[in-house]
Design a protein around this ligand. Structure first.
Ligand code: AMP
Length: 419
């Protein structure tokens, strides 16, 4: 497989799939968080420094056609400032402007293409009214397939080399993340620095983690996390479970959960996970106490109860002190830590303490030599909110992509290059 460090981009035109799907101010369309743009800079700078030229493609939001509010035009200013160079813009990724401007691009120049998702071909998902029948949807999907291939081919025709650096969309088999790679030989396609570092961090945790390895899973639903939990049972020594999914496990074991979140159709499965963990020697840590509330509300009345003695009419919305202490001790004794999902409804101040405490514990373990990987929008937000991003080993930029990779799935965007 080709690597970006070995390759000389001198005189080459390089098309890079970046993730410029950044949040914008609703009124001014100014970029409100430029983390993703910054994430793409090392790759872009390496290619320019070698004497190559750069064509960037990305999606922004979920447009249903051409929609000005989703135009990548809005990111040019911030991107150009961060890069310290002029950025040219082609206002249609398929149009004459893209063809002409990429054709005329000179070494050291940077061209940004308009939002790929202005075309249904990018995702290969037809845009039909909700009223369309299954038959109509099937026919439209089939009709779109060859067009998607042509779309990918045209993007490829702009450049000599393809670089994928958009980890956040690596789990999607889209034109710009996967199909386009077919148009390039093995020597002329590779990952950028961002994807490389994501893969390195995830592979380290999955395949060469130092023991004890503790996985911390939180968030609302068990059902979303089953595949990752199952994969981790073969790798981790400790599994900490928090958040809403706690209560499916507690109810399955006969505990009282009041009106806490619960997936009744997953009770059997929760017991199976506990049994499997026992067989494999994985220690499971569930909360023992909880901050409970009389409503799902930021200003609800609160109390503390045992996790399996939640009074009727109340619900558990955060882990409480005893659990924080127990979880903290397990994390402190770990050499590898993976964290995905909040311990409570951390969006509400009253129920954010458990999640913040876990963020602190992970940072502390890292300071004591553990390798820590944090993924998923909410855990990353908790790390950022506590200003701990520099005190953990790696913060993943791809929520869904990271989950799927850690589940052991093959990601189309990774396979397209790695084979
Ligand atoms: P997920 O997308 O599955 O990682 O879930 C994240 C969401 O889980 C966050 O929005 C949290 O507010 C929510 N959450 C965490 N703990 C609880 C809980 N005990 N009850 C209800 N929702 C929760």
């Amino acid at each position: 497989m080709q690597t970006i460090d070995q390759y000389s981009f001198k005189g080459k035109k390089v098309i890079i799939r970046v993730d410029f799907n950044v949040p914008l101010d609703k009124q001014t369309f100014a970029v409100t968080d430029d983390t993703r743009i910054r994430g793409a800079l090392p790759t872009i700078k390496k290619i320019l420094a070698d004497g190559g030229s750069v064509i960037l493609m990305s999606h922004l939001g979920r447009p249903k056609g051409v929609e000005e509010k989703y135009s990548l035009r809005h990111v040019i200013g911030r991107f150009s400032d961060l890069l310290g160079r002029e950025v040219k813009f082609a206002d249609d990724c398929m149009g004459e402007s893209a063809r002409k401007m990429s054709g005329e691009l000179k070494p050291g120049e940077v061209l940004l293409l308009e939002n790929l998702r202005f075309y249904a071909e990018e995702e290969g998902k037809p845009r039909l009214p909700d009223t369309a029948s299954d038959e109509e949807k099937k026919a439209a999907r089939a009709a779109l397939k060859p067009k998607q291939k042509e779309f990918a081919k045209q993007l490829a025709s702009y450049a000599d080399v393809y670089v994928n650096d958009a980890f956040g969309t690596a789990h999607r088999a889209h034109a710009s993340t996967a199909l386009i790679a077919d148009s390039f030989s093995v020597e002329n396609k590779m990952f950028g620095y961002l994807i490389n570092s994501e893969l390195k961090a995830m592979d380290k945790v999955l395949n060469s983690s130092e023991k004890p390895f503790t996985a911390i899973m939180g968030g609302a639903k068990v059902s979303d996390k089953i595949p990752i939990i199952e994969n981790l049972l073969d790798r981790a020594q400790n599994l900490i479970i928090g958040g809403g999914m706690t209560y499916t496990f507690i109810k399955a074991q006969g505990g009282r959960i009041g009106k806490s979140l619960c997936e009744d159709d997953k009770l059997e499965l929760a017991l199976e996970i506990l049994k499997k963990a026992g067989e494999k020697g994985v220690r499971i840590y569930l909360p023992t106490d909880a901050v409970i509330a009389d409503a799902f509300d930021a200003s609800a009345n609160t109390d503390i109860s045992k996790v399996d003695e939640t009074p009727d009419g109340w619900m558990g919305l955060d882990i409480a002190d005893e659990s924080i202490k127990a979880f903290g001790e397990v994390i402190a004794n770990s050499k590898t830590v993976l964290w995905n999902g909040p311990m409570g409804v951390f969006e509400f101040e009253k129920f954010s303490k458990g999640t913040s405490a876990i963020a602190q514990a992970v940072a502390k373990a890292t300071e004591n030599g553990a390798f820590s990987l944090i993924g998923g929008g909410d855990s990353v937000a908790a790390i950022n909110r506590n200003k701990l991003a520099d005190r953990v080993s790696y913060v993943s930029t791809g929520g869904g992509a990271m989950l799927e990779y850690m589940e052991g799935k093959e990601l189309p965007g990774i396979k397209a290059i790695r084979g």
